[in-house]
Design a protein around this ligand. Sequence first.
Ligand code: NAP
Length: 489
Amino acid sequence: MSARIIPAPLFDLVIFGATGDLSRRKLLPGLFQRDRDGQLPEGARILGAARSKIGAEAFREQAAAALAEFAPESVQEPEALARFLRRLDYCPVDVTGEAGWSGLAATLAEHDDRVRVFYLAVGPGFFGPICERLAANGLAEGARLVVEKPLGHDLASARDLNNQIARVFDESRVYRIDHYLGKETVQNLMALRFANAMFEPLWNARHIDHVQITVAESGGIGGRGEYYDRAGAMRDMVQNHLLQLLCLTAMEPPARFEPDAVRDEKLKVLRALAPIEGREAMKFTARGQYRSRDAISSYWEDAGVRDSHTESFVALKTSIDTWRWSGTPFYLRTGKRLRARMSEIAVVFKEPPHSIFPPEAGMIGSNVLVIRLQPDEGVTLSMTVKEPGPGGMRLISAPLDMTFAGALGVTDLRLPDAYERLVLDVIRGDQTLFMRRDEVEAAWAWIDPILAASQAAPRPAPYDPGSAGPEDALRLMHQDGRRWREIEA
Ligand code: NAP
C-alpha cells in the first residue's frame, strides 16, 4: 500500500493544560506517533504550559510516563522516544494571572517565522482569558487556536464563548475539535458517499427507510461526575458528536472537499432539522439514567450526588425537512453503562417492493449499510443472498465486509487515533474536519428547546447497567414498527 503523506510545516505547538488528562492520554501520544512516522519536521517544538511550577525536565518525565501508558511503542523504541522528548519544553503559566507569559513569549520569540498553534486543553472558562493574554503579549498574530468541547452549555453561552475567541482570532484561524470527525471511518463515510457512484442515486427518502446512529458506552461517567451532572448526554454527546455524524450522513455532496464547502453543507442539515419543542419532546425523545437495584454503580453514586434529573442516556427521533430526506426518520441514541462499547451509523434501506420467491425461501430483509466507528472500524453492507448448497432457494442475510485491515490485505494496519490526525490537520492549516462557529451555534439552537422541554419532563427512566437503555427508547422505534439494532461489541 502506498501512502502519499504531506509533510507538516515547521511549527511551534503550545499546549495549555499540558499536565492534564487530555494531553497525557491523547495529545502527547498522538504527536509521538506522528513523529515516529517521520511527519514532524526537524526542529518543530511542543511547549507545555500549565499552572504546575515544574521545569522542562520534569515535564519530559511526565510525558515519558504518559507515553509508556498510552503509546507503549515508546518503551520499545528508545531512540524515537528520545527524539520526541527533545522537542518538548515547558513554561509554567497561570492563565488567569500575569505570571509566566513573558517566559512563554521569550521562548516563542526564538522562532517567530513558523506555524504557531495554541491548543487549549483546559476548561472553557479559560478560553477568553487565554485569548486576551495571548493578544496582550503579542503572541496571537497569525497564530491558530484549537478549542475543545464543551463549547458552551446552550446557545447563549456558546455565542459568548465564540465572541470571546473572535475578539482575538478570526474564524479562519479557529479549530473547534470534534474528535469523532477525525475517525478513519467517519472520513470513509465521505469517501463511500462521494467517491462511488452507486450510493448517490439511492441516498434519499425513496430508498432509505431510516437511519440509526448509536454511540453506546459500557463505562460510566468516570471521574467526570461534577461536569457530567451539569451536562448530561444531550449536551455531552448529542449536541456535538451525534449531530456531526448525522450531518455527514445526510449532507448534500459539497462541490469540493474543502473546508467551507463541506461545512456549508453540514450547516444546511442542522438548519433543516425539524424542531422538537414543548410537548413534542416527550413524544420524540426518551431519557434514562442507569440505576442498579442495589444502588451500586448507579449514576447517583458515580456522579457523587444524592439526587439528579440528569440523563445518562438519551434516544431521539428526528427528521430533516428537505426534498432528499422528507419521510426518512433519523434515530439517535447514546448512553453510559450500556451493554457494550459500540458506535455506528446504520443506514437501513427499504425492503424490495415485492418478493418473487416462495414463502419457504424465507424473509427478504432490508439491506443495511453499517459504518462502524468502534470497535473494529469498518463498513459492512448486509445483502440477501442464496444460502449455498442444495435444497432449493433459501434466502439468508450475509454481510459484505469492508473491515479495513481485512479488505486491504494488511494485518498490521495501525489506524491513527482521531486526535493524531486532527492535530496534524491544524498544523497543516486544514479546517475541513473542524466545526465552524455557525455550525456549533445551529446545533445549540436545535438542542436548546429539547433541553428546555426536558426541564419540565418527568425524571429520566431508570435502566439497568449493562442493558440497552430504558424501555422508553424501545417505544420510540416500536411505535414506528421498527427496532434498534443490537448493542454488541
Ligand atoms: P484536567 O486533567 O483537569 O487538566 C486540566 C489542565 O488545565 C491541567 O494541565 C491544569 O494544569 C491546567 N490548568 C488548570 N487551571 C489552570 C490555570 N489557571 N492556568 C494554567 N493551567 C491551568 O482536564 P482534561 O481532562 O485534560 O480536560 C481539559 C479540557 O478538555 C476540558 O475542558 C475537558 O472538558 C476537555 N476535554 C477533555 C477530554 C479528555 O479526554 N480528557 C476529551 C474532550 C474534551 P495543572 O495540572 O498544572 O494545574
